[in-house]
Write a protein that binds this ligand. Structure first.
Ligand code: GUN
Length: 309
């Protein structure tokens, strides 16, 4: 964990200097990879190389970048990686046929279809067509049900898993803590709420979203705020009480003419304004993002080592 001491701007007549902890997702991800390397070597000695297939339909630049990063990490860990890039006009039946092939391929233990797909694709039907034992995204109804039931044999979505691991590695006590999750998506908000309220994690969870009344009042009562609302800089100083922990799941591209790429990545939290008031906070980039990929690798290794394989 990297500790970053930062001077806090004077607040009214007070002139206190506060320090917050910068939760470094890259450092925690490296710890996950160190653990995984041992398990990968064990599986390989038994004749199994974990294999992940990542399917991208279309040419959305952000999705392309995520898929590249996943493929690169597989290779770094010595996993078998298949990157399937399909044209934007791929039909539902074409995609279902590809999923079926991957379901039956014994060298593939995990399958991920990058979201969001183009509009002609019925994403729910694609997810339901996945073999739940290869659904390393944890989006299949069976895996969501297992998460709700507390059955550890299922797959938990990667970003929620990454958020929890960041909290645990940062020494944040979740038991009895009030965690407010901003956002109710199927990828983050809903599964994260289920994960955090599980026995053993034991948080008291509130989910707020775009229609919530008195949102700031609720987030201000949180020990931990997790922002997954998909709006750059949505969480401001007034949303966070002094000393709270803030996890920023957002990855938003905002125009930046000073950057060679023409944009920069920012989170859902107005970092400069919020950070000095927190006890710990994740940056964007370098916070939750690296953990999502680490947990995808962990789920793939779990899939390869599961008894059915
Ligand atoms: N798009 C953004 N995050 C994710 C993710 O975790 N899984 C998939 N399949 N698509 C995504």
């Amino acid at each position: 964990m990297k500790i970053c001491g930062c001077a806090r701007a004077p607040l009214k007549t007070l002139s206190v200097v506060k320090e917050f902890k910068l939760i470094d997702g890259r450092v925690v991800a490296e710890k996950v990879y160190a653990e995984l390397r041992g398990e990968i070597a064990r599986l390989q000695s038994l004749g199994t190389t974990p294999g992940l297939a990542v399917v991208l339909v279309g040419d959305d630049p952000a999705s392309r970048a995520y898929v590249r990063a996943k493929d690169k990490m597989c290779r770094e860990l010595g996993l078998h990686s298949v990157k399937l890039e399909l044209p934007n006009d791929t039909t539902q039946s074409d995609l279902l046929a590809r999923v079926d092939e991957l379901n039956r391929d014994p060298a593939i233990h995990g399958i991920l279809v990058q979201s969001p797909p183009p509009p002609q694709i019925d994403e729910g039907a694609i997810v339901r067509a996945l073999d739940p034992a290869k659904d390393v995204d944890g989006f299949h109804p069976l895996n969501i049900a297992k998460l709700a039931l507390g059955d550890a044999s299922g797959f938990v979505p990667c970003t929620p898993l990454g958020c929890l691991r960041l909290l645990q590695e940062s020494g944040v006590t979740t038991s009895g803590a009030h965690v407010v999750v901003l956002g109710r998506s199927m990828i983050v908000g809903k599964p994260l709420a289920l994960l955090l309220m599980q026995k053993g994690v034991d948080a008291t969870v509130t989910v707020v979203h775009s229609r919530t009344r008195n949102l700031a009042e609720i987030t201000r009562s949180a020990d931990v705020v997790i922002a997954a609302i998909g709006q750059a800089g949505f969480v401001r100083r007034e949303h966070v009480r002094d000393g709270a922990v803030v996890i920023d799941v957002g990855i938003n591209r905002v125009d930046d003419t000073t950057s060679p790429r023409g944009y920069r990545l920012v989170g859902d939290v107005a970092f400069e304004e919020v950070a000095p008031n927190t006890s710990a906070i994740t940056p964007v980039p370098g916070g939750v993002g690296p953990m999502t990929i680490a947990m995808l690798m962990a789920n793939t290794v779990k899939a390869a080592g599961a008894p059915a394989n």
